[in-house]
Design a protein around this ligand. Structure first.
Ligand code: PBG
Length: 333
């Protein structure tokens, strides 16, 4: 008998065969493009730590959304930079809040394009935390507790105002306990029984959000988010977080960040039957961009390899600042 009998290379010998046996394929329909919207006119300001990502005012937004829609990307995720901030984050749930205004416009321009609203308060609070804060001074420093149940009421108001403006999907990212149940109840009561909740179920307290906090101007003014976001060292706790969201009525589960948490994604996918979302976060984007600008890596190849890895790990949907690029590459083929 000839040796070797088994030749793995038979299925790798041509592009045709490789594509025939490929297990994981990225599709444009898998992608969600995040967008940062702000007040003012004629604004298209690049975020310095995220080359190629911009703040758009409502008048320059049209062009960007035209581009996203023409690429066939099915959904955008909106983040807002408000004019004013206060302790309650009231511009997050104002009827004329920036996210609400942008949502109405996008739905008018493209009724079919899905608008996902990030439901959180950190972009709208003056202290930069994701909920209401009780502050106190100790040893000359300001400390604060993020109040869970009091924050839920504000988050429900935020979600309902986003749905009223036309958001198709509510994506709560605040990591308060009970947020899915509270928001589900609030949406149902307001007549939005059919608006799905894409829960940021498993969200780690991650340094990979650094560039986003510049982009969204949402860095906490004291302390950190470790009392509400998860410890990066924990995996079993992710199952508990996801399970409570499932019981509370979540329609989709998210793992965030993506790259350093592919094991978590696989675990959640194997355990639960809901669609799984990966959030390829700002720091993951910035690292690739920085290396690409130096000419150290092949950006196009690296990005597709990373996103394929997320899908292979179980992601059905990928939120990524690379969505437009990836859609363009897929459409080219
Ligand atoms: C709001 C929110 C954050 C991100 C998405 N929603 C920031 C945070 O929790 O500090 C991060 C997204 C990214 O880094 O791309 N809570």
């Amino acid at each position: 008998m000839n040796f070797p009998l088994v030749r793995h290379r038979r299925l790798r010998q041509s592009a045709g065969i490789r594509s025939m046996v490929r297990e994981t394929v990225l599709n444009v329909q898998d992608l969600v493009q995040p967008i940062f919207v702000t007040y003012g006119t004629n604004i298209k300001n690049e975020i310095s730590s995220m080359p190629g990502v911009y703040h758009f005012s409502l008048d320059t937004l049209k062009n960007e959304v035209d581009n996203i829609a023409s690429l066939g990307i099915p959904a955008v995720l909106l983040f807002g930079i408000p004019e004013t901030k206060d302790s309650m984050g009231s511009s997050g749930f104002a009827e004329d809040g920036i996210v609400q205004e942008a949502t109405r416009l996008i739905k008018e321009w493209y009724p079919e394009l899905l608008v996902i609203a990030d439901t959180c308060l950190c972009e709208f609070t003056d202290h930069g935390h994701c909920g209401m804060v009780h502050t106190f001074e100790r040893d000359g420093h300001i400390h604060g507790d993020v109040l869970n149940d009091e924050s839920l009421e504000l988050l429900v108001q935020t979600a309902v105002s986003q749905a009223k403006a036309g958001a198709d999907i509510i994506a709560p990212s605040n990591m308060m306990d009970g947020f899915v149940q509270a928001i589900r109840g609030g949406l149902d009561e307001a007549g939005f029984q059919n608006i799905p909740i894409m829960s940021y179920s498993v969200k780690y307290a991650s340094a990979f959000y650094g560039p986003f906090r510049e982009a969204a101007d949402s860095a906490p003014q004291f302390g950190d988010r470790k009392t509400y976001q998860m410890d990066p060292a924990n995996a079993r706790e992710a199952l508990r977080e996801a399970e409570s969201d499932v019981l509370e009525g979540a329609d989709m589960l998210m793992v965030k960040p993506a790259l350093a948490y592919l094991d978590i994604m696989r675990m959640i996918k194997d355990q639960f039957d809901l669609p799984l979302v990966a959030y390829n976060v700002s720091g993951e984007y910035s690292m690739v961009k920085a290396a690409a600008q130096q000419g150290w890596i092949n950006e196009k190849a690296i990005v597709q390899e990373m996103l394929t890895g997320m899908k292979r790990a179980g992601a059905d949907i990928i939120i990524t600042y690379f969505a437009k690029d990836v859609a363009g590459w897929i459409n080219e083929k």
